[in-house]
Design a binder for this molecule. Sequence first.
Ligand SMILES: Cc1cc2nc3c(=O)[nH]c(=O)nc-3n(C[C@H](O)[C@H](O)[C@H](O)COP(=O)(O)OP(=O)(O)OC[C@H]3O[C@@H](n4cnc5c(N)ncnc54)[C@H](O)[C@@H]3O)c2cc1C
Length: 414
Amino acid sequence: MTRYSLWSLLRHARKGHEHWPRAWRSPVLRSAYDIVIVGGGGHGLATAYYLAQEFGAKKIAVLEKGWLGGGNTGRNTTIVRSGYLQDESAKIYQHGLELFETLSRKLNFNVMFSARGLLQLAHSVHDLQEQARREQACRLNGIDIEMISPERVQHMLPEINLDGRFPVMGAAYQHNAGNARHDAVAWGYARGADALGVDIVQNCEVKSMVVKKGRIEALETSHGTVKTGRVGVAVAGHSSVLAAMAGFRLPLASVPLQALVSEPIKPVLNHVVMSNGVHVYLSQSDKGELVVGAGADQYTSYAQRGSFATMDQILAPLVELFPYIARLRMLRQWAGIVDITPDRSPIISKTPVEGLFVNAGWGTGGFKATAGSGHVFASSLANNRMHPIAAPFSIDRFYSGAVIDEGSAAGVAH
Ligand SMILES: Cc1cc2nc3c(=O)[nH]c(=O)nc-3n(C[C@H](O)[C@H](O)[C@H](O)COP(=O)(O)OP(=O)(O)OC[C@H]3O[C@@H](n4cnc5c(N)ncnc54)[C@H](O)[C@@H]3O)c2cc1C
């Protein structure tokens, strides 16, 4: 693998940048693997990378029905934070955030992680109370969050209108949260995994599963049959479809989640801003576009487009909060299909089928966990035992009642 550096850049510049090697191969699917990951989004690729890099697994394949990162990984609004209420959530999201901090160096690929700070606005006494409670819980878990006054919000976001229809009464501020470039995360993990011998096969759809005596034996794909005794499913909005192939159900609703970007403008926003009250979140990309995310649409669907009503519901309050946005043209709008659990926490778990593991239910907020989720899922697959950080996120919690309720922290998209 070519090491990306200033020297390799200069060397290739002399040759007109025409001889850069491909970042990853396009291998032909083999007939058998030790471990197969279904889904070439960030979670699947990170899992494959850590399996090979840290847990010494061999003969690994990632099967992706489309192109790498073409699912929610390439459609999200790139917010990375760890300010969740419950201890179990704090552990996994903080693990992910810490891995993000050194990921560019580790992968030798710039994932453009930018810890620019994140403000969650409070518009009511209820918001303030909920955020103060979460702030205390976060601090007990070593997460760096503080409540700040409206004056400090105004200082950090000079363009905000504090006294409009959605008054700003304060905010929870996480200093080390921010953004990363979503495609780069997928591409960096793909390049790293490929260099370690992982076969990443694109345009390869898993169509059905061969389960015998309760064990996974093979996958039927659009490229033929592949034998394997261990499978990790990381297909986000299509998790229920894959579970149905194996003969069980998951407690998930698959709904569209939308985002849009404005035309590029000069720097106006130094931080990430979220409002759970009006279900909108906003940041400015390095290209200058304002990236705006919405709340989930209110119906189940596998169509990657959302409703106009949801856009209307978030743009109206956004313009109240930041009046200058009314003068911007919006360039693109899109949606992804997110898989939402009843407690708004993910499922990282063994399944009723031996050898088949599932990593799902990240809903509206799994990008931030890409590294952490991939790491603990890889450990669980390699050792056939759930990693301690992953263990509480078992499917069994919906039978035992030990749910991890993140309705307040994750009920809004981000
Ligand atoms: C508009 C929007 C905004 C968001 N904003 C944020 C945010 O700011 N911060 C945050 O943390 N999270 C955010 N999210 C959520 C986040 O994007 C997801 O939780 C995360 O990217 C999921 O990653 P993944 O790898 O599990 O899924 P994906 O990236 O969706 O990858 C799954 C892959 O599986 C493939 N697949 C499906 N079925 C099959 C099959 N049968 N065979 C083979 N392959 C298959 C798909 O093609 C897809 O590429 C947002 C999501 C959306 C849609």
